[in-house]
Design a protein around this ligand. Structure first.
Ligand SMILES: *Cc1c(COP(=O)(O)O)cnc(C)c1O
Length: 424
């Protein structure tokens, strides 16, 4: 039997309530076409306004958003893509379908985000794109990354699956580079009833291509479009259909397209959830604050973050145990586990997954990402559905366990030796 925890690691990232049930009931009772697109357009409009981007296209998952974003790169044999290894596999998985060389870029030890210095060193004349993740909801150092990418003409894809609700110097992830990909899976900061995603773009041509791909149209190079059809004497009235004009007057089909459009109930719930986003993220921030209050009193642990004044999306609550300071991560985690606090390690380094090792990737390629994952990372439960009692218990049990770790012997909760102030 699976062990049950008093404070389990959350399966769910967002909470659904009466309002969501209300819009669903109205929608179903209305008899409207649930593939019609009215709610989808409304959700996309709200998302564009929230982010401040010209184009936002909803799709059926974050994975599909990334697949389409990567499709837009027109990758050819021998092209290179730089990517973070510290992520969920969907960020890089679509690259397995292309004859490209992937260069995994190491991360910074305090943020687990792409290391701008290492990024710069991996660029070659074949580099087409970089895929980065705002890890756990903490925005990457875009002021360092973007000038490097621009200088080399590299497309920057932001995987924003963790970063909805975060802010980077007054701008939002998904609006910081070329293409943003979001997930509304149940585990994320908002959800569109279990699955869903969004692609955000600045470039109109790319947005049109993405729109065709997601809605069963061919992504193709169109010739001077359909000029002749209306004029042709042989044209039947049905030939005036715009689809006919398009599909019969294009060359160089890049991709056959698919149906990845978000259904109306999902989109309707997305609009409600987006309106609640700030409240959901501030609840996450309060929980994170309670844990940080405990951690900052101990040496041997480090917070997830940098000196930058950014707003963290708090999708994950991550901190680091430092073995050099005598805090052994695995022992810490098993002691928390014994006290009923479940921990999950997030995101095994991508370059060490079997499918990437089969492509020649190996241990030692990204030493920081490896060290942080194998030795130092800890994630605590942090989601807006947690009760105050659960949050207090995680904080006090963490205090207890850290007290034991610092002294090496079990001591009573709340009396742990506090060794260090931590400032940020
Ligand atoms: C969840 C997640 C995805 C994939 O999103 P789905 O909607 O589950 O397909 C991609 N990247 C990261 C970093 C994620 O956490």
């Amino acid at each position: 039997m699976e062990k049950s925890y008093e404070i389990p690691y959350p399966e769910l990232g967002s909470v659904l309530g009466e309002q969501e049930i209300g819009v669903l009931t109205r929608l179903v009772n209305s008899g409207e076409n649930l593939s019609g697109g009215r709610c989808r357009e409304e959700f996309e409009r709200c998302f564009r306004e929230y982010l401040g981007v010209p184009h936002a296209l909803s799709v059926t998952s974050g994975t599909v958003a990334l697949e389409i974003a990567i499709r837009l790169l027109d990758l050819n044999d021998g092209d290179e893509v730089i990517a973070t290894p510290q992520t969920y596999k969907a960020s890089v998985q679509p690259l397995l379908n292309y004859p490209v060389k992937v260069r995994f870029c190491d991360v910074e030890p305090n943020t687990l985000n792409l290391d701008p210095g290492h990024f710069a060193s991996l660029i070659t004349s074949r580099t087409k794109a970089v895929i980065l993740v705002h890890y756990g909801g903490l925005p990457c150092d875009m002021d360092a990354i973007m000038p490097i990418a621009r200088r080399h003409g590299i497309t920057v894809i932001e995987d924003c699956a963790h970063a909805l609700g975060a802010d980077y110097r007054g701008r939002k992830p998904g609006a910081l580079a070329d293409i943003g990909c979001f997930s509304f899976h149940s585990s994320k900061n908002i959800t569109t009833l279990g699955e869903g995603g969004m692609i955000t773009l600045f470039d109109r041509t790319l947005a049109e291509r993405a729109d065709r791909i997601r809605s069963n149209d061919a992504d193709a190079v169109y010739r001077e479009q359909a000029r002749a059809i209306g004029e042709s004497t042989s044209a039947h009235p049905w030939m005036m259909h715009p689809g006919f004009a398009f599909t019969h007057d294009c060359s160089a089909i890049r991709y056959g397209g698919t149906n990845a459009t978000l259904a109306e109930p999902n989109a309707a719930v997305g609009t409600v959830q987006l309106a609640k986003l700030d409240r959901l993220v501030s609840r996450r921030a309060d929980i994170a604050g309670a844990y940080t209050e405990v951690l900052k009193q101990y040496s041997g642990v480090r917070m997830h973050g940098g000196p930058e004044p950014v707003r963290h999306g708090h999708h994950l609550y991550t901190f680091f145990a430092d073995p050099a300071d005598g805090i052994l991560r695995d022992r810490l985690v098993s002691r928390l586990d014994a006290l009923g606090v479940q921990m999950q390690l997030r995101y095994f380094p991508m370059h060490l997954l079997a499918e990437w090792r089969a492509r020649g990737h190996h241990a030692g390629e990204c030493p920081v990402a490896e060290r942080m994952w194998f030795e130092q990372q800890v994630n605590l439960p942090c989601h807006p559905g947690m009760t105050d009692w659960q949050v207090d218990q995680v904080a006090s049990r963490l205090d207890t366990v850290l007290g034991q770790e610092v002294r090496g012997t079990p001591i009573a909760a709340g009396t742990a030796r506090k060794t260090k102030g931590w400032t940020q």
